[in-house]
Structure formats: structure tokens, C-alpha cells
Design a protein around this ligand. Structure first.
Ligand SMILES: [Zn+2]
Length: 498
């Protein structure tokens, strides 16, 4: 007899400090078969899980509801989240009886009143699907792992890489756990240790940084005797919710004491290293001075306005500082500025205009700056991502030139963790002296291989200078918002099998 596995997805992260809300329309929603069509050729968690399930002759897959963030923004209005919850519930009900369920989640969204949307969706899943079927979810390591999520799950997996490259594997690992649960081969016990620390910076790059060694230790536990999953949830420091902090989490087959002791060890190591896991930033004036003085190519990394982390993308602060410093080097920057794009479209290619640029969304943090520009090109903003080959959409987009400054102005935020937007608009960063990179990290070959990277301490709602952001919701004390306090790791058990 065929066994039916339900699959669903809710994948996004928000930035509580970005004043522009993340609306229902900011998600790409695919329901039913459209969910599988979207993932047909993708290297995603859903694809990884699907491919594992498809190796079993007796399994029928039931795609239901998928909502993936197009790009990040601020807190989700309650009504928009409730629409997602309603559609998710409808699709789970429409699926009929199933034997098990797998969900792809991120873990770092928040709505106006619901501070744990992923936990809420898992509660809905239990309500609809019942308490007895196994449910497994995979997560982003930037997720904020709440007890409620774990209470509704039989097992879970989490990325082991940053920048993330193991989407497919993380889905596949979750699917294998689900199959073992369906065959009643395992009894997962999760030990979770809360670490009151928020982290950022290059040491988190798993291939090269200190965090990578800690993840290696977790992987060894996962792959060791009785290991089911292990890892860290470092949280998204910009999702300001009560449970925001880091968690060391270990899931073993039985063995709660062992799970607790290894999770505690992972947590203790992380805590020891916390001050190294912070971004090293260079103030704006010094960064600009260095970028202007050298004759080498430079990337000024503006992670504070990183759209993929949830920032508004409308800062022109570094460019304004370069101009004030008399910079004659060729500079390339992206900016989200819908009014400027509209003006450029109205004027047409070749037109000369004087525009106020920047600060159209996050006006509390960013100033408006006057630039005399020439409109060089206009596009509909649809292009293929350099990283994943999927279509991205920056809305109507204009390339504006002002002396040595080339400004790629978009109507809406789009991911900037690769060079897609620049390429799509005929601009190669290698032909510029200075590129403003609005992402905490990019793949090495994209910039680091051929230019000097300077991490700038600019203002922005995703600044790695975490104490400047103004958290009000996350439980205190938490490092580095509270720099000095005593802490001892304590493990908590969450299991449907104890
Ligand atoms: Zn992430």
C-alpha cells in the first residue's frame, strides 16, 4: 500500500528594524503541484527531500503550500501572516489523510502580534494532521528556534554551512529522518541549550572561520553513534523577538543524558568564542579614505543595508561620503529608490536630471542626497540570478550616472549577495574601482578573490554593529547588547518520545 507524505514550505526572514513591512505579496506563493514545478530543477531543501522520498517505490508525495520570501523586509503585518496561515491550513486539510509530513522552514520571521510564525504553522499542522504522524522540518541556521517549534516536531535538521550552500543536503537529511520515523526505527530526543549571544562577522564563515570548527563538532555528533541531527541556530540578530539568541541543539536516538552533555559542550565552546564572533568594522571616514587612496580595486561592504538580511536598501551614505571626500575613482552602487526610477523612466534614456537620492524608505537612518545624473539605461528588472539561475525581479530599474558614480536604482529590493543586478544592467564590478556591496558576505570569487574588502560601519537596519540597532523585544541579558554577565549552560529536553 502506498504511503503518503505531505510537503510544505514557509521560508523567509525579516528585519524588525526595517520600517517597510513584508507583505503577503513579498512572498512567492505556490500551492499544490505548482510547489513541485517551482522546485523541479532547484537545489533546494524541497528538492533534496523529494529526491530521497522518490527513491522509495511505495511513497506518494503530496505538495501543499509553499511561501518563499522574494527578498527580505520588515515585520509582517498580522493580517498578511494570517492569510498565509489560512492558506497553509486550507492546503493541509485538502491533502486528506497522510502518513507523515516534511516542512521547509527558515525560522526567523515575525508578524505584528505573532512573534513565532513558524511555531504557529507547526501548531496548525499538528491540529490538522494529528498528534500521531511523524513531522520533520529543516531550518536555516539563522532561525530563532522556539520550544513551540520543537514541541510539534518529531525531528529536525539545520544548515551546516554559512554562506549557505547545503540547502539540498539539509532537506535530504530531514527526509531520511522522516523515513526512519515512519518505519519506527528511531525515538528522537532533542537537547537544546540556550546561549545568550548574538553573533555576526567573518568568523561565522564556516569554510574559514571559528564557527566552522564548532559546526564540524556538531556534524561529528550527528554522524556519530545514535546521532540524528546536531547544529547551531545562531538566530537572525535583526529579528527582534523574545527568543532571539543562539541555541546549540543535539538530537539523538534515545540517550537524553548524552544529548544534554554534548549540547552543553557545544554551547560552552560557543560562549567562550563569543567575542571573536563579532564583526570587525571600519568607520565610514576611514573606509572612504582607504578606498580613495589605493589604486587597487576595492569593495566597500555595506552589510548594514543588506537587502537579503532584511534592510531597506535605500542608503546612499557611503557614496555621499566618497563624493564629499572628492573621490574621482569609478564607483558602482545599487540603491532602492522607486521615485528616482519613476523620474528616470519619465525622462528617458540620455536625459539629464537632478534627483534627490536615498532615504526614501528608512528615512530615520538615511539622508537624501542631491545628484545631477544622466539616465544611461532602463529595464523591467527581470533577470536570472547568478547564484541559483532563478528569476529575480527588482521592479523597473534605471542606471544613473553622475560623474564617477554609477548608480543602479531599483524600484524594489532584490538580493545583492552576488553580482546578478549589476550584470543584468550591463555593469561588471571588475570594470569599476570601487563597488558598494550590500551583503555581509559573497562567494569568494565574486569579490574577495580580486579586490580588497572593507567592512564599513555605516548606518542601517542590518548593521553588524548590533548594539546600535535598538532591540526592545529579545530577552536580556544577551551579548553583545549586554557586554558583561555570568552564564552557565543548561540543557532542556524536547521530545515526543520521552
Ligand atoms: Zn541564513
Amino acid at each position: 500500500m502506498s504511503r503518503r507524505i505531505l510537503m510544505g514550505e514557509y521560508l523567509h526572514e525579516i528585519c524588525s528594524f526595517n520600517p517597510a513591512p513584508t507583505r503577503y505579496e513579498d512572498f512567492l506563493v505556490n500551492r499544490g503541484q505548482a510547489m513541485f514545478d517551482y522546485h523541479a530543477k532547484a537545489g533546494t531543501e524541497v528538492a533534496g527531500a523529494r529526491d530521497v522520498f522518490r527513491q522509495q517505490a511505495d511513497i506518494t508525495l503530496v505538495p501543499t503550500f509553499s511561501a518563499r520570501g522574494i527578498t527580505s523586509g520588515g515585520t509582517i503585518p498580522q493580517a498578511d501572516f494570517e492569510r498565509i496561515e489560512r492558506e497553509f491550513r486550507e492546503d493541509l486539510i485538502a491533502a486528506g489523510l497522510v502518513d507523515a509530513a516534511y516542512f521547509t522552514l527558515h525560522g526567523a520571521t515575525a508578524a505584528d502580534r505573532e512573534v513565532d510564525p513558524e511555531g504557529r504553522l507547526l501548531a496548525v499542522a499538528r491540529e490538522v494532521l494529528g498528534e500521531t504522524i511523524p513531522i520533520v522540518a529543516s531550518f536555516d541556521l539563522h532561525g530563532v528556534l522556539t520550544d513551540r517549534m520543537l514541541e510539534h516536531l518529531d525531528a529536525w535538521t539545520v544548515y551546516h554551512t554559512y554562506p549557505h550552500v547545503d540547502f539540498y543536503e539539509t532537506g535530504a537529511r530531514a527526509a531520511k529522518l522522516l523515513l526512519r520515523l515512519m518505519d519506527r526505527q528511531i525515538r528522537p530526543v532533542t537537547a537544546k541549550v540556550e546561549i545568550p549571544a548574538l553573533v555576526r562577522g567573518d568568523e561565522l564563515i564556516t569554510a574559514t572561520g571559528r564557527f566552522g570548527k564548532m559546526v564540524d563538532a556538531a556534524k561529528a555528533i550527528e554522524q556519530g553513534p545514535g546521532g540524528l541531527s546536531a547544529g547551531f541556530f545562531i538566530g537572525n540578530p535583526f529579528t527582534d523577538v523574545p527568543d532571539l539568541r543562539t541555541y546549540a541543539v543535539v538530537c539523538l536516538d534515545g540517550e537524553p543524558e548524552l544529548a544534554a552533555s554534548v549540547a552543553t559542550e557545544l554551547a560552552a565552546t560557543f560562549w567562550e568564542q563569543r567575542s571573536h564572533l563579532q564583526a570587525k568594522l571600519c568607520d565610514v571616514a576611514t573606509s572612504v579614505e582607504r578606498a580613495v587612496a589605493t589604486d587597487q580595486p576595492v569593495a566597500l561592504v555595506d552589510a548594514a543595508d543588506a537587502t537579503s538580511s532584511g534592510a531597506s536598501g535605500d542608503s546612499l551614505e557611503i557614496v555621499a561620503a566618497l563624493r564629499a571626500a572628492g573621490c574621482r575613482r569609478r564607483v558602482l552602487t545599487p540603491i532602492v529608490d522607486e521615485p528616482a526610477v519613476r523620474a528616470a523612466f519619465a525622462a528617458g534614456v540620455g536625459a539629464r536630471l537632478t534627483l534627490e537620492l536615498g532615504g526614501t524608505i528608512d528615512s530615520r537612518r538615511f539622508k537624501r542626497h542631491t545628484f545631477a545624473v544622466t539616465v544611461r539605461s532602463l529595464s523591467d528588472g527581470r533577470f536570472l540570478s547568478e547564484s541559483f539561475g532563478q528569476e529575480w525581479n527588482s521592479g523597473l530599474t534605471a542606471v544613473l550616472e553622475s560623474g564617477p558614480f554609477t548608480i543602479v536604482a531599483t524600484s524594489r529590493p532584490v538580493h545583492l549577495f552576488d553580482r546578478s543586478l549589476f550584470y543584468a544592467n550591463g555593469r561588471d564590478p571588475k570594470r569599476y574601482d570601487i563597488t558598494i556591496v550590500k551583503s555581509p558576505h559573497c562567494q569568494h570569487h565574486m569579490y574577495a578573490e580580486w579586490c580588497e574588502m572593507i567592512s564599513v560601519d555605516a548606518p542601517g537596519s542590518t548593521s553588524a554593529n548590533l548594539p546600535t540597532l535598538g532591540h526592545t523585544q529579545c530577552r536580556r541579558p544577551v551579548f553583545p547588547l549586554d557586554p558583561a554577565f555570568e552564564w552557565k549552560p543548561v540543557a532542556k529536553f524536547l521530545s515526543r518520545y520521552l
